[in-house]
Write a protein that binds this ligand. Structure first.
Ligand code: SF4
Length: 371
């Protein structure tokens, strides 16, 4: 039997577009949604990777919970029929707290989803309004209760820090509220300002009051301390989990494993090491549907990843992990490692390379030196 693979499905629709968002997402509803779902089912059924078992399945977006439960069911059925899940397969759906309720979670659970990743972002409604989110702070606790009552025992909360006008004390309050909810997993990211977003345009005009670098560093350190004190182990720069609850799907990305992507703008990375191709599906839902129907132009971008590129990416992603980088597997230079150890950026005396607490602030620099 062929090797199991991680499966990603991109649902590109959202109720509205958030000000900071540069994901492939569209504030569209109605006929195009159904047409896209039908095309995605078709893409999965036509996939050359059909038959490879799923080690993980992840519905991301966009907002997967924005589409009807019946549409999610058709998509998941197609995926699981093309990629029979391995024993204990992690099956995640991202969810927006403003688009879920108990019936929706019951439906997702009955289809086979066993993990929910909730895009909470902030427990402060004024932050959420500024971000352009459709939910309010009160929706977060309600969504968590609904997910729990539907039988989800593996729950992630996404929170962002470094938001406009956010103080270190306000971030600490967010962390305290997150701890009360007791999710199994936390993804804590600093807001980044991406080109082609409303936030970018405000930023270049000096109209975003962002916390400075020192405050952002303090916020990150606070997050690490709070998580550590509450039994969340930091297994990646921005990700914290209770024992055994690490996101297996994202670990596949960080470990440089294969994944297949379906849906508008989905990215896949397939093929044996040394002969791997990364592709991006056509992004706009309309053009994507045409491409699936005509069986032409499904990819808008693809590149062959040779051994050198794979090694570079393995270092850039793997150094983010607490499990560290195996020195031999990526042929790391001993003198460079010793230099980084002397600077206090990587831990000395290990058989692999792992960042220190200080090193986590310089992750990209360390990766570049190692590469
Ligand atoms: S909900 Fe997520 S994907 Fe949708 S617009 Fe907001 S940030 Fe982007």
């Amino acid at each position: 039997m062929s090797d199991p693979i991680a499966v990603y499905l991109h649902v590109p629709f959202c109720p509205s577009k958030c000000g900071y968002c540069d994901f492939n997402s569209y504030a569209m509803d109605g006929e195009i949604v159904e047409r896209t779902v039908a095309a995605m089912v078709k893409e999965v059924n036509q996939s050359p990777h059909r038959g490879r078992p799923a080690k993980t399945v992840f519905f991301g977006g966009g907002t997967p919970t924005f589409i009807a439960a019946e549409q999610s069911r058709r998509l998941l059925e197609a995926v699981l029929s093309a990629h029979p899940p391995i024993e204990g397969c992690e099956i995640t759906s991202e969810a927006n707290p403003g688009t879920v309720d108990i019936p929706k979670f019951n439906e997702l659970r009955s289809m086979g989803f066993n993990r929910i990743s909730l895009g909470a972002q902030s427990f402060d409604t004024s932050d959420l309004i500024r971000l352009g989110r459709v939910h309010e702070a009160s929706h977060i606790g309600r969504a968590v209760d609904a997910a729990r009552s539907a039988g989800f025992h593996n729950l992630n909360l996404d929170l962002m820090f470094g938001l406009p006008g956010q103080s270190a004390a306000a971030w600490q309050r967010n962390l305290d509220l997150a701890m009360r909810i007791e999710p199994e997993h936390l993804s804590l990211y600093c807001l980044t300002i991406e080109p082609n977003t409303r936030y970018y345009r405000l930023h270049v005009r000096g109209m975003l009051d962002l916390p400075d670098d020192d405050v952002q560093t303090e916020m990150y350190d606070t997050a690490c301390e709070v998580c550590d004190s509450r039994g969340y182990h930091q297994y990646e720069i921005s990700n914290f989990a209770k024992p055994g609850k690490e996101c297996r799907h994202n670990l596949c990305y960080w470990r440089g494993e294969e994944y297949v992507g379906y849906g508008p703008g989905a990215v896949g990375c397939v093929g044996p090491s040394g002969d791997r191709t990364r592709y991006t599906n056509t992004k706009h839902p309309d053009r994507y549907c045409q491409a699936v129907d005509s069986r032409e132009g499904l990819w808008c971008d693809s590149e062959h990843l040779d051994k050198t590129t794979l090694r570079l990416e393995r270092i850039m992603l793997g150094i983010r992990l607490n499990e560290g980088l195996p020195k031999d597997a990526v042929a790391l230079d001993v003198a460079t490692i010793e230099h980084l150890e002397r600077k206090g950026l990587v831990e000395p005396g290990l058989s692999f390379v792992r960042l220190t607490t200080k090193g986590r602030h310089y992750c990209s620099d360390v990766a570049l030196e190692l590469a």
